[in-house]
Design a protein around this ligand. Structure first.
Ligand code: NAD
Length: 530
C-alpha cells in the first residue's frame, strides 16, 4: 500500500486559536471537542476565513482557505487514491466504514455539541444528525455486500447478458451549512464502499464540523491497512473552491447540495465537460390539510416541519394549504401553538427553536415579510428576539402569514421560519397549488380519506421527490431515495438504489456457443475457409 498521508492528520489541521478561548466560551467548547476526538486542526489556522457561532455571534476560529492550486493537488492525490481503493474488494471497503461508524458512535456527544455550536440547531436535532451519520454508515456497510448487477435474458442462444457496476472515480462533494455532516456522510460513505475516493467542500459557514467528521474518518483510514493515502480530503473555502471542483476534469462525480442558484452554475459547468452531477437544491415544500385530517396530528406535524432547525431545512414546511371549511380555526390553533415555542440557546434542552445562521438569513427573512405584506399577507410573528443578549446573534419568532393566494413571495424559498397559509375548496385545487412552484422536493397531505391519500401519491398528485401522508415534509429516513424534481435538481444523494450514482455501468455479452448469431436477426454470412 502506498505511503499513508492523511488529509486531516495532525500536521495539517489547525487547533482553534487558544487566544480565543478566553473571549468565547463556545470557542473553548469547540476546542475541547477536537481534543476529545484526538484531532488537531493546526495546519488549517489562517486569516481569511473567520468562523462564527450563530448562538452568540462569537468567533470560533479563523481558518486558511485552500487555493485553486491546492484543490488541483488534492484532485491529483484523490486520483491516485482511487486507483488503489477501487481494487479493494467492496466488502473490505465496507470494513473502513464500519470502523468509522463505531468512532462516530463513540464520540456522538462531542460531535453533536460541536455541530450545534457551529450551526445553531438545537442539541436534539444535532444528535439526530449525528445519528444519521451512524445510520448511513451501517447502511453503507450492508450495501458493500449488495452492489449487484442484473443478468438479462439474451435473445441469442448460449449467450449471457450481464450488467456490472464498477467504481466511478473521484467524488467531489459540495455541501450546505444546514446539514453540515449528514449530507456529506450520505454521499461519501456510499461512494467509498462503491470504490470511489472523495473530496469534500463543506459550507464556509460550517468548516469545523467538517474537519471533525472527516478527521475521524481519516483516523479510521489511518488504522486500516487497505485504505490508501488521501482517500478523503477536505477543501476549506467558499464558492471559488466549489467552482474549482465543478470545473475539474478529473472529478468524475460532483454531488452538490445547496441553493438553486449554486446548482444552476455547477450543473452547467459539470455538463460542459460531460461530468456526472447529483444536485440537491432548494425546496418550497407544502402540506395539504384536508377536512378529514386528524387535526391534532396535523398541527404537531406542521409546527415541527415549519420551525425545526429554525426553518433552515431543505424540507422545511413553507406552505400550508388548508381546506377552507377548517382554515380559520386551524390558523388560530397554529398561532397559539407558535406562541408557546421556546426560542433561545440550542444548547438548552428546553429550547424548540435556535438562531438563524447569520445576519444575511435574518435580512432575507425580513425582506420576505415585507414583500408578503405588500402582496396582501397578514403576518403573525417574525420579529427578532433578544434571546442571547448578543448583537450578532439572530433569534426570531417563527412567522405565520395568511396569504390571499400563491403570490410571488410564496413561490420563493426563503431560508427562514416563515409558513404561508392558503385556503382551498377541492383537492384538485390543492394539488395545483402544491405543484404550482418551481421547486419539487417534499410534500405531504394530512387526511383520513384513503382516496385523497392515494390520489396525492399518484402520478396525478404531488410532483415532488418526497410524498408523505399524515407526517410533515421534513425528517426523511435514510433508506428511501432522498431528493427532488424540477429546480430541486433531480438528484438522489443516498438511499434506495442511488448508490448507482457513484458507479459506472458496464453491459457485458458473453457468447459461449460455437456460432455467431447477430442480434435482431441480422444476417452477415461470410465465406470463410475452414
Ligand atoms: P449555498 O448554495 O449558498 O451554498 C451551498 C454550498 O455551495 C456551499 O458549500 C457553497 O460554498 C457552495 N457554492 C455556492 N455557490 C457555488 C458555486 N457557484 N459553485 C460551486 N459551489 C458553490 O446554500 P446554503 O445557504 O449553504 O444552504 C441553503 C440551501 O441549500 C437552501 O436552498 C436549501 O434548500 C438547500 N439544501 C438542499 C438540500 C437538498 O437535499 N435538496 C439539503 C440541504 C440544503
Amino acid at each position: 500500500m502506498a505511503e499513508k498521508k492523511l488529509m486531516n492528520a495532525p500536521e495539517n489541521i489547525a487547533k482553534i486559536p487558544s487566544t480565543l478561548h478566553a473571549n468565547s466560551p463556545l470557542a473553548a467548547q469547540a476546542a475541547d471537542t477536537f481534543d476529545q476526538l484526538g484531532l488537531s486542526i493546526d495546519d488549517r489556522r489562517g486569516s481569511d476565513l473567520p468562523v462564527f457561532s450563530p448562538i452568540d455571534g462569537s468567533e470560533l476560529a479563523v481558518l486558511r482557505t485552500d487555493t485553486p492550486a491546492e484543490v488541483d493537488a488534492m484532485v491529483a492525490n484523490a486520483r491516485a487514491a482511487f486507483a488503489a481503493w477501487s481494487q479493494v474488494p467492496a466488502p473490505h471497503r465496507g470494513e473502513l466504514i464500519r470502523r468509522y461508524g463505531a468512532l462516530v458512535r463513540e464520540h456522538k456527544e462531542p460531535l453533536s455539541l460541536l455541530l450545534s455550536i457551529e450551526n445553531g440547531k438545537i442539541l436534539t436535532e444535532a444528535r439526530g444528525e449525528v445519528q444519521e451519520v451512524i445510520d448511513i454508515c451501517e447502511y453503507a456497510v450492508g450495501l458493500s455486500r449488495q452492489l449487484f448487477g442484473l443478468t438479462i435474458a439474451s435473445e441469442r442462444p448460449e449467450h449471457r447478458l450481464t450488467e456490472y457496476w464498477h467504481p466511478m472515480g473521484v467524488l467531489g462533494l459540495i455541501s450546505a451549512f444546514n446539514f453540515p455532516a449528514a449530507v456529506w456522510a450520505w454521499g461519501t460513505t456510499v461512494a467509498l464502499v462503491c470504490g470511489d475516493s472523495a473530496i469534500w467542500k463543506p459550507s464556509e459557514k460550517t468548516p469545523l464540523t467538517a474537519l471533525a467528521f472527516a478527521g475521524l474518518l481519516a483516523k479510521a483510514a489511518d488504522e486500516y491497512d487497505l485504505a490508501p493515502a488521501h482517500l478523503i480530503q477536505v477543501v476549506v473555502g467558499d464558492a471559488r473552491c466549489g467552482t474549482a471542483i465543478a470545473d475539474h476534469p478529473d472529478v468524475a462525480i460532483v454531488s452538490a447540495t445547496g441553493s438553486v442558484r449554486m446548482g444552476q452554475d455547477v450543473a452547467v459547468r459539470v455538463a460542459g465537460r460531460f461530468g456526472r452531477s447529483v444536485l440537491e437544491l432548494g425546496g418550497n415544500n407544502a402540506a395539504i390539510i384536508a377536512p378529514s385530517a386528524d387535526l391534532d396530528l396535523a398541527l404537531r406535524g406542521a409546527v415541527f416541519a415549519a420551525t425545526g432547525t429554525c426553518g433552515q431545512r431543505c424540507t422545511t414546511l413553507r406552505r400550508l394549504i388548508v381546506h377552507n371549511s377548517i382554515r380559520e380555526a386551524f390558523v388560530q390553533r397554529l398561532i397559539a401553538t407558535f406562541a408557546t415555542l421556546r426560542i433561545g440557546s440550542p444548547l438548552d434542552d428546553a429550547t424548540h427553536v435556535g438562531p438563524l445562521i447569520d445576519r444575511m438569513a435574518f435580512d432575507g427573512m425580513q425582506r420576505a415579510l415585507e414583500q408578503a405584506r405588500a402582496e396582501g399577507g397578514t403576518v403573525h410573528g417574525g420579529e427578532r428576539l433578544d434571546a442571547a443578549g448578543a448583537a450578532d446573534a439572530y433569534y426570531v419568532r417563527p412567522a405565520i402569514i395568511e396569504m390571499p393566494g400563491q403570490s410571488a413571495i410564496v413561490r420563493e424559498e426563503t431560508f427562514a421560519p416563515i409558513l404561508y397559509v392558503m385556503g382551498y375548496d377541492t383537492l384538485d385545487e390543492a394539488i395545483a397549488l402544491q405543484n404550482g412552484v418551481s421547486q419539487g422536493l417534499s410534500s405531504s397531505i394530512f387526511t383520513s380519506d384513503v382516496r385523497e391519500a392515494e390520489r396525492f401519491q399518484s402520478a396525478q398528485g404531488s410532483d415532488c421527490g418526497i410524498v408523505n401522508v399524515n407526517i410533515g415534509t421534513s425528517g426523511a429516513e435514510i433508506g428511501g431515495a432522498f431528493g427532488g424534481e424540477k429546480v430541486t435538481g433531480g438528484g438522489r444523494v443516498s438511499g434506495s438504489d442511488s448508490w448507482k450514482n457513484y458507479m459506472r455501468r458496464a453491459t457485458a455479452t458473453v457468447n459461449y456457443s460455437a456460432s455467431l448469431p447477430l442480434a435482431q436477426g441480422v444476417k452477415f454470412d461470410l465465406d470463410i475457409d475452414p
